[in-house]
Design a protein around this ligand. Sequence first.
Ligand code: PMT
Length: 404
Amino acid sequence: MQRLVNKRVLLGVSGGIAAYKSAELVRRLKDAGAEVRVVMTRGAREFITPLTLQALSGNPVHGDLLDPNAEAAMGHIELARWADLILVAPTTADLMARLAQGRGDDLLTTLVLATDAELALAPAMNQAMWRDPATQANLQLLLERGFKVFGPAAGEQACGDIGPGRMLEPADIAARAADCFSYGALSGVHVLINAGPTREAIDPVRYISNHSSGKMGFALAEAAVEAGARVTLVAGPVTLPTPGRVTRVDVVSAEEMLSACEQALPADIFIASAAVADYRPARVAESKLKKDPASGEGFTLSMVRNPDILATLASHPQRPWCVGFAAETDRLLEYASDKLQRKNLDLIIANDVSQPGIGFNSDENAVTLIDRALQQHHLPCASKQKLARQIIAHIASRFSGHSE
Ligand code: PMT
């Protein structure tokens, strides 16, 4: 099962004999659907070559914090932001100690400090080193700080000792990495999401639409599934594959989208990420409109208002907990707060679509969440997948508070 689809895993490899298993781990992570980049410590390069990991991951291997060429290609802060998960396998006793101290004296430790991704370690060391009180104290500290620790397993070791300290097998580590993304906060909850643009026909070959790609809404659907929700995704015309375990309903126009959303009720939560056309042509020509040679240059299209899907569901007898998006080019927070109140929403996600690289049809986004009390919570620029997980976690905590 491809449980790591769309996930970006930064695999840290430190210098222990188990580093040879990192090659197999890269393959397992990729088999599960992850995009993998590798960072090696200097010690790791004594056990396995960067070339092996580069060939398997399909990406250049990162190693040096002070390499201007590497920084120009993908700087360490960019790399830290890129990752959804930093997984260090193997993690030596020395690296555990340096992480516990919060040191940033090489690329890998710096990335761990700079990231807000999930952090997981797969320790591998001699059994006496693992049992040593210093290592155990470091382990406790790292667990308290939210690191996930996979293993170690017990058994025969490379040095001939028997005991705990063996790195888990790559398949086991990959499965646990996937588990980092399923957290059950919306278990048993039905989440209805709309996504993408709508198309409003002018004639059989022309329509009015917008630049929404559906990426934000599809990422939200995937994150909601990961959080344990049953998800219905009503999608406008987009070319994205359906995320696993999502029920998808394809529509074209705003009227069809409203009808599909109403049919999907009852839902506990409605997230309106779709860019719905506010207007549609008053009449759809039955055959292709021709240029009128008598009328000169001009052409006037008469438009009528489309239904507001979000406002309709927010005032529905089976009203879900309603989350809207506000795509604005100016006075972002003011207009978003106004929409929250006017449409009677529980939460609005203010999306500044004037910024290049975020918003419509981009891979990244940055948003501010505003609740009914007009409290703001900013989520800085990240991939839409990562942002979606943060949004879903926020919604899950607010929704559970509301239903208690
Ligand atoms: O799809 P992507 O390329 O990933 O881009 C994501 C996005 C920029 C489209 C998305 O993040 C976003 O901002 N979606 C809302 C776009 C929008 O139409 O915003 P709005 O401010 O015009 O509408 C406010 C809210 O009312 C939205 O939740 C919208 O879905 C809803 N609405 C608007 C009009 C209408 N007739 N019916 C509605 O339900």
